[in-house]
Design a protein around this ligand. Structure first.
Ligand code: KG4
Ligand code: ZN
Length: 357
């Protein structure tokens, strides 16, 4: 019997140092043999956000140990690995370079193929780590740096349908958390506080809700949160503002997802009605419920990554590595990090003042 490919994935695009070993399987869903993630919360907490140089230094200090740990937990020796996949972008250049160079060096020493991976493609394929999922599908990517709808026709084949023209959704959660005095990274805490609040207490705006196709805008919402935060008198008021913010996001997502469905159907026809929701914000249970509702209403099947694979991890990088390995899509060792690597490189830049939708 042929040996099933074993892939080592490495991820260092931002503030998580991660390594994972996955192995192909006849079921079509690979086995995750190990998935090690070391977060840098404590390094960046006092600065209220990720400090690139400190993040890069922490990656350098940990990468060797994290990769060894992934091999140890996966019960594999380095010589059994068939290919090394490492994130090449997008992300912080000083951070990307650490994992990328480590991966390239390993590949050279072992004489095994090297595969540079787009971090966003990792999120896009993350549900494939626990379920069979065929192309094409509609992707809603909601992370700390991106909020996009993409029509996915195959590996490396993306057409952007919509994007944010200002803040990313995770960024809006983190900024709202900061305004409410919650420590970095506060996004997930908004979900916790919102449970105790009245979602109808504050009337918040939904920017570009009836125009701009399935593009998003969250900056005006954040500004309204700042304004209301000045009137807060009690913890209950704080919970109410968190709940109102989250409910407003749900309404925006519901509406924009319906617009994206229509655009996706225009491209793919009234078949293959599948929506994949990925990225850190996909961990939010209220947002998941709202997406389930809009999918049910429009007869789309919905796929989420496992809860623990929504945030940054290396298993999703290995997943892309495995698909590229099967297609023999290998990279040379002079591949450079690309901090702005987009999934749809032909899509127009749509950020900043003066954007015409
Ligand atoms: O995908 P990810 O781990 O990193 C990027 O590639 O950006 O996403 C991180 C983002 C952060 O902004 C974080 O606040 C947000 O995902 N996030 C959440 C939740 N968990 C993580 N936002 C809302 N609710 C959550 N439960
Ligand atoms: Zn990410």
């Amino acid at each position: 019997m042929l040996k099933k490919p074993l892939i080592l994935g490495i991820e260092t695009s931002c503030d998580e140092t991660a390594a994972s070993i996955i192995q192909d399987d006849v079921s079509g869903v690979p086995k995750i043999l190990s998935n090690i993630i070391s977060s840098q919360f404590d390094v960046h907490k006092k600065f209220g956000g990720v400090v690139p140089d400190l993040a890069a230094r922490a990656h350098v200090e940990k990468i060797d140990f994290i990769v060894k740990e992934a091999l140890f937990k996966g019960k594999k020796s380095i010589n059994e690995i068939d290919a090394i996949a490492a994130t090449a972008g997008p992300g912080l250049i000083v951070c990307l370079t650490v994992g990328l160079n480590f991966g390239k060096a390993l590949s050279l020493c072992l004489q095994k193929p090297f595969i540079g991976v787009n971090h966003l493609e990792g999120h896009a394929l993350s549900p494939k780590l626990h379920t069979n999922l065929d192309y094409p599908y509609l992707l809603l990517l909601i992370s700390g740096g991106h909020s996009q709808f993409l029509s996915v026709s195959g590996l490396g084949n993306y057409k952007r349908l919509g994007t944010t023209i200002d803040d990313a959704l995770g960024e809006a959660f983190d900024k709202t958390a900061k305004i409410l005095g919650i420590e970095f990274p506060g996004g997930p805490m908004i979900e916790v506080l919102a449970k105790k609040g009245d979602p109808n207490k504050f009337n918040l705006p939904m920017p570009i809700i009836n125009r701009g196709g399935c593009n998003f805008s969250f900056a005006g919402l954040k500004t309204a949160v700042v304004r209301f935060s000045k009137e807060l008198k009690s913890d209950q008021d704080k919970f109410d503002l968190a709940a109102s913010f989250q409910q407003t996001i749900e309404k925006i997502i519901f509406k924009k997802t319906q617009v994206a469905f229509a655009e996706y159907i225009k491209i793919n026809g009234d078949v293959n009605k599948k929506l994949v929701v990925a990225g850190g914000v996909a961990a939010n249970k209220c947002i998941r419920k709202c997406i389930e509702k809009v999918c049910e209403k429009n007869r789309f099947e919905v796929y989420f990554p496992q809860q623990d694979l929504c945030g940054d991890n290396a298993a999703m990088i290995a997943m892309v590595g495995l698909e590229k390995y099967k297609k023999k899509q290998f990279d040379k060792h002079d591949l450079e990090a690309n901090p702005r690597w987009q999934l749809d490189e032909k899509a127009k830049f749509l950020k900043g003042a003066g954007v015409v939708l």
